[in-house]
Ligand binder design. Sequence first.
Ligand code: ZN
Length: 268
Amino acid sequence: MTLVDTHCHLDFDSFDADRTDVIARAVAMGVSRMLNPSVDLENSANVIQFANKLEPVNAAVGVHPNDCQEWNSDTVTKLKELAQNRKVVAVGEIGLDYYWKKAPKDLQISVFQAQLELAAELGLPVIVHNREAGEDALDILLKWQASLEEMNSPLASRPGVLHSFSGDRQMADKAVAASFFIGLTGPLTFKNAKSLQEIATGLPLENLLIETDSPFLSPHPERGQRNEPARVKLVAEKLAELKSLAYTEVETATTFNAERLFRFAEHQ
Ligand SMILES: [Zn+2]
């Protein structure tokens, strides 16, 4: 059986010394597919280069809310060009970050919305980053998904993922009702993550994805170290334990979900 790490930043320089070993370790652990999202325009081009060289890696292109000061009228055109690469499966990571607040809220919101429109035009799902902006992010996403339904877009049934989910139960339920996926990372395995664990336990398995967010958020018992895609297995094992399911059932379901959302088979 195989696993998919639906969110890892393999292009970051913390992997410069041993990137191919890290990928080989993941593959040896059964992680057959890794999705590397981007944080800005320059990074999007880099990520595509890596994905073209590294067979098990796919890419997403987009501008992160912490990097949206660089946004200008050309950015959408350039992202659209980059998205033509066959290894690109999504627009991301995009969203809102009111914790770091590196750009004003208004700018974050307009950049987020412009990239949602781009995703709709490209027919690609989105990878959503949200930090302390849950209400605004959810409001924007639900309106966007409703507009996809109105347009009869096939994307309405697979609009995207709330990556490294950190919201409350109500937010998760509303997102799932609008066909979004919920991405679970290392914090699911932390001893002090009772509320996230309760939320994950209650959500339908068919809406869950597993991810590492490498090099960040390393799961227990490797907490605090540089994270890597092989450890997505620790997240899957924790999810199986929480949901009282066989590990293989979680493995099969999350890999199937990842394929349903990102359609890797069409982007090899
Ligand atoms: Zn990320």
